[in-house]
Design a protein around this ligand. Structure first.
Ligand code: ATP
Ligand code: MG
Length: 277
């Protein structure tokens, strides 16, 4: 017969059945970011439908799915960049370290949650000033520190050797791929807690792509990374967990290995094996 202690344990176990790690999508505990039942609308058009997902601390999470399925929209909810688009609204709960992200000071959120956009957007400034921008607006103006962080960030973004002799040239003089790496360097300079990357490698050659992927491994100890990618191999290489989106819904979210090798949903399998559509 079970002891009272055992009975209590059993009762607890029934009330809180163990949840497999990969399925802890609705638990805030281990999540740096948490979305609960998030809907998002552009005017009357609903672009995100009831999305619940936990982004684990110091892991890389990838979003995959066909064009227009809502990956960028969902990514932007985490640093409230959608608010810059008129006639939109969000419903549901978004948490950063368990706190309501929608009620925080927006500048503070963006300081903690950095972003690199799908289309690179260097400021009309020099290469140096682009990378130093975030430091300066956050009050870090000590010359030696700014110089050190600019170099460190450009090195991390695999751009330093190409630009070290022309730091005072306008960023617009760089190639598309270089501009993208500059934007990555700019985001890294303020050492955000979370880095949102929207197809950061789509304009990069294989060597720069590899360097960015190496960077993700390097910074993952200090940063939580969310990456949108159309490149399946990239998701498989870099991500700990992967979410498959389709038509505004999160179809499946699990460890990357499961998504690519043993997905539960047929839609996911069709997509990752290229049989989609
Ligand atoms: N500014 C906007 N105004 C109105 N509708 C928008 C806007 N941005 C995106 N949408 C719509 O929202 C849906 C999701 O778009 P989103 O850009 O999030 O997709 P995505 O998965 O990132 O696609 P892609 O892989 O092509 O980048 C699409 O139907 C798109 O047309
Ligand atoms: Mg997109």
């Amino acid at each position: 017969m079970a002891t009272p202690q055992q009975q209590q344990l059993t009762g607890e176990a029934l009330a809180n059945p163990p949840v497999p790690m990969a399925h802890q999508t609705s638990m805030a505990v281990s999540s740096k970011l948490q979305a609960n039942h998030v809907n998002f609308y552009y005017g009357a058009f609903q672009a995100l439908k009831d999305i619940t997902m936990g982004i684990r601390t110091n892991k890389v999470t990838a979003f995959i799915g066909p064009s227009g399925c809502g990956k960028s929209t969902f990514l932007r909810t985490f640093n409230r960049m959608n608010e810059t688009i008129r006639n939109t609204h969000v419903e549901g709960e978004l948490l950063l370290d368990g706190e309501n992200l929608l009620e925080m000071d927006v500048t503070g959120v963006r300081r903690r949650v950095g972003m690199v956009f799908q289309k690179s957007n260097p400021f009309p400034k020099t290469i140096f000033d682009n990378v130093a921008y975030g430091l300066r607006v956050n009050g870090m103006t000590k010359r030696s520190y700014v110089q050190e962080m600019v170099e460190k960030s450009l090195q991390r973004a695999a751009l330093w050797t190409e630009v070290k002799d022309k730091l005072n040239k306008p960023a617009s003089a760089l190639s598309g791929g270089q501009q993208q790496r500059l934007c990555i360097a700019r985001a890294l300079a303020i050492e955000p807690e979370v880095l949102l990357l929207d197809e950061p490698c789509s304009a990069l050659d294989p060597i720069a792509t590899l360097k960015i992927e190496e960077l993700l491994f390097q910074i993952k100890d200090i940063t939580t990374i969310v990456i949108v990618t159309h490149n399946m191999q990239q998701a498989a290489r870099v991500a700990d967990q992967t979410g498959f989106f389709f038509m505004g819904s999160l179809i499946e979210f699990d460890d990357t290995k499961v998504i690519f090798q043993n997905p539960t949903k047929k839609e996911t399998e069709d997509y990752v094996t290229g049989r989609f559509g």
